[in-house]
Design a protein around this ligand. Structure first.
Ligand SMILES: *Cc1c(COP(=O)(O)O)cnc(C)c1O
Length: 342
């Protein structure tokens, strides 16, 4: 088929291929994803934080996505996508660009279904992260000065190899898989008032909008770092314009370009969107270690920080905070604990 593996016009500034269908997930596609992933991934615990519940005079429930294999929620999406992958890609395999949890998710799912995976990372990528990807059986290509250069190289390879480029946001199967967390919460606690969700590309928050947000009275609140507000701006000003640069310690949410599909879902489904400072993120990492002995990434800490910032507003509510990931380097963790005022 001519052009099948050539990039096509995209509503945002990212690269899309003809197999990137931008139809939003529905409750039905999330329910199907749940059936698909259940043989491969455990459900995650929803655990009350005594310390945060007392501090906020609320019922604060932590959705422990850090207990999933790879230590982050993204693997839900990776497993759903690879479990339902078109046969034509089984041999050519999957390509993705990511120094973080997206790459690990696709590598883990590829190994689970015996589909070859190649992950592009910048030349200077942290050796620990490269090692973790290789341990999952992925081919790691170190290329370019930064994420964008690595990504462009991977997109070219996708054309050359006729392989499946897995976008980190414009993928209905990833969104539906990620949304399964919302259905799990609904089974246990249909009475949730609010979910604070970190937003990088917006897949996690889109999943909560599609499930808890659409099926219950819960308000889904998106949270970004004030130093990386691309999707906040997209949500508020209805634009898909990229930022020139971002600056935050929370690399898991340091997205420069809003993605069309999750952004559209957030524009329709988010009740509110908050920004948090670097100090608030640092304190949230230290605080959850101190009070709940949870090790979490800066990305995850944005949502915890937003709940703390909301303070009295949450009195009497049932609030869910996803513990979205635990993949923080020891060096960074030590530094954040040392710098924190908490
Ligand atoms: C990717 C990621 C986020 C942000 O999720 P998006 O779906 O990109 O908005 C938050 N926390 C962690 C740990 C992540 O890996």
């Amino acid at each position: 088929m001519a052009g099948r593996y050539e990039p096509i016009d995209s509503p945002d500034e990212t690269t899309l291929f003809p197999y990137h269908d931008l139809t939003p997930p529905t409750v039905a596609t999330v329910a199907r994803a749940r059936q698909r992933i259940r043989q491969h991934l455990p459900e995650t615990p929803l655990v009350r934080s005594e310390a945060l519940s007392e501090a906020l005079d609320a019922d604060v429930l932590l959705k422990r996505e850090d207990t999933l294999p790879t230590g982050a929620f993204k693997v839900r999406g990776g497993v759903n996508l690879v479990a339902s992958l078109d046969e034509e890609f089984h041999d050519a395999g999957l390509l993705a660009a990511s120094t973080g949890n997206h790459g690990q998710s696709i590598a883990w799912a590829g190994r689970e279904f015996d589909v070859p995976v190649t992950i592009g990372v910048p030349e200077e990528a942290n050796a620990g992260k490269v090692g973790a990807l290789e341990q999952l059986g992925a081919e790691v290509i170190q290329y370019g000065e930064d994420y964008d250069e690595a990504r462009e190289h991977i997109e070219d390879l996708a054309t050359q190899r006729e392989a499946r480029y897995v976008h980190s946001g414009n993928e209905p199967k990833l969104l539906a898989g990620v949304g399964t967390a919302g259905l799990e919460i609904l089974d246990e606690r249909p009475d949730v008032d609010r979910v604070f969700c970190p937003v990088g590309g917006g897949t996690a928050a889109a999943g909560y909008c599609t499930t808890l947000g659409a099926m219950t009275d819960a308000d889904v609140v998106g949270v970004q770092a004030a130093g990386a507000p691309a999707v906040y701006r997209a949500w508020q000003d209805e634009t898909l314009d990229a930022l020139d640069s971002v600056d935050t310690i929370a690399e898991g949410v340091a997205t420069r370009v809003p993605f069309a599909l999750p952004t559209e879902i957030l524009q329709a489904g988010l009740a509110d969107f908050r920004l948090v400072s670097e100090d608030a993120i640092t304190d949230a990492v230290a605080r959850l270690f101190e009070t709940d002995r949870i090790v979490m990434e800066g990305a995850c800490a944005t949502a915890v920080a937003a709940a703390i910032q909301a303070g009295d507003e949450l009195r009497g509510e049932t609030v869910v905070l996803p513990i979205s990931g635990r993949n923080i380097d020891r060096e960074k963790f030590d530094r954040l604990l040392a710098e924190s005022e908490y």
